[in-house]
Design a protein around this ligand. Sequence first.
Ligand SMILES: C[S@@+](CC[C@H](N)C(=O)[O-])C[C@H]1O[C@@H](n2cnc3c(N)ncnc32)[C@H](O)[C@@H]1O
Length: 540
Amino acid sequence: MLRNILRISVDKYTSTVVLGGRQFTLKCLSQTEVLEKKNTEAFVVRQPSSRSKAFSRPAFPATHAVSSSFKLPQLLVNVILRIPMMSSLITAPKGITSTRDISPPKSVRGMVTLDREKFKQKVYVPGILVSAQGIRDIVRHFNSHLLRLTKVQPFVDLSDDDPNVKKSRVMLLDPQQHPTKDSFTEEESDMLKSKGADPDTWQLYELDMEYENWNGEDIFKAVLPIESEGFSSYTVIGHIAHLNLKDALLDYKHLIGQVLIDKFKTIKTVVNKTNTIDNTFRNFQMEVIAGEDNFITTAKENGCQYKMDFSKVYWNSRLGTEHERIVKLLKPGDKLYDVFAGIGPFAVPAGKKKCTVLANDLNPESHKWLQENLKLNKVGGQVQTYNLDGREFIRTVAKADLVSWYREDKYPLQSVHFVMNLPAMALEFLDSFKGLLSGHPTILHENSVLPMVYCYCFSNASDHLEDIRERVATYLSKEVAQKVQIRFVRNVAPKKDMYCVIFQLDKCVLLWEGENEETGNSEECEPERKKSKHEDTVAH
Ligand SMILES: C[S@@+](CC[C@H](N)C(=O)[O-])C[C@H]1O[C@@H](n2cnc3c(N)ncnc32)[C@H](O)[C@@H]1O
């Protein structure tokens, strides 16, 4: 008789599995063999495809006995245990009376080349008896107290051959919260008893842990030098995990990469950044530290998809909220000029929102993937692309487009927006707006909706507002500098923050008429004077 059917996710290194504290070797058998082989402890069949079929065909050669080096396919399988379940949990030896620490063996500290065999460790975990009927209720009230270990079920069946323990389970508990018998509060004890669990049956059970049972965090904590404070964050772009390792961890880079691939199914390539971004196209130099040498990947952000060659373009998963924030400001029918568009994280969702978008990037690779992403997201009809320097884009393409926008005046209620996300340099491009419409002095009228600019920059100054205003004054005008809104976006490095400078281009800037010839200095805008001059022109 089959005693239990459990579903587990088998990854490619698993040929053994620990269930209920016992380790089983998985054997792949055909359906006939399954029925014949009474003594097999555990075997694997593919998940039944319909309720009416007990078993479907095995997912790999039917007669193949799984050896320790055999790689199982990644799929959900049913593991069917035929052994009496009572023997699946072993109580801890008598001398062991309390527990707290569940971690890989101390001997793995400093391991540079991953040796999975070295992660085997006996651990002791607390458990109490519960009645099978009460489990659902207990999980609802006591979930945060249960043992959380990869591939270890917190509820373990006891034998139904023994009439005394019929329909009982051992509920394994978190050793941090229940290290001893008296670790239950009165309230907890009462609640457990009322649901059919007995805190007085607390005892320690022995589990044989191995590499598969530890999660990535356990492994990094056990292996990496204590003083390095572990390996912290990384970003994931499709199948690529992107790290920026501190020098102290570089010796461990291959181990870190391999553990990430083992522990996160979607990660197939792990790269480490090898320089700071200081090139024109803002892409990283990177080194593959584990997995496939494949940089073509697809990221998802705000309901859109972005395909790219991650080694050749700029992509930052941490900017999703910022992209969304700007796109939310746009209305259907608005005009967006995306001066440093990258592969399209402003342009694509703006196109989806039925804005008319002109998107530009100097990097031919970004431009290529931008076009690809317009197709992928079906917004080609809304977005035109350019492969120009940002200054040239503003002074030629955007200028011509703006002139016809204001001249035709077809959409008087729609807004115009410039987004400029090249924080290291974008402020220096602001002078491109000076006199952009000066050849068309009568084109703007009193009710023209003037363009909004969202220009990104970095600042590490203690008075960042002053620092940013000074730069706006240098590249555009003192008047605009006093009026800009400056919004914090994110911290990018110690003492280096990213900001968004927001302002409306006024007629004074757009109709500016060039340098003061006598002094060689730029004339400052005087909005009131320019405005009346413009009104005069209109009046005449
Ligand atoms: C920081 S990325 C921003 C990309 C995208 N807008 C985003 O938010 O992810 C800046 C982009 O500007 C492009 N770029 C750099 N210098 C440029 C220039 N002079 N003119 C136009 N694009 C430029 C880079 O290729 C890069 O794609």
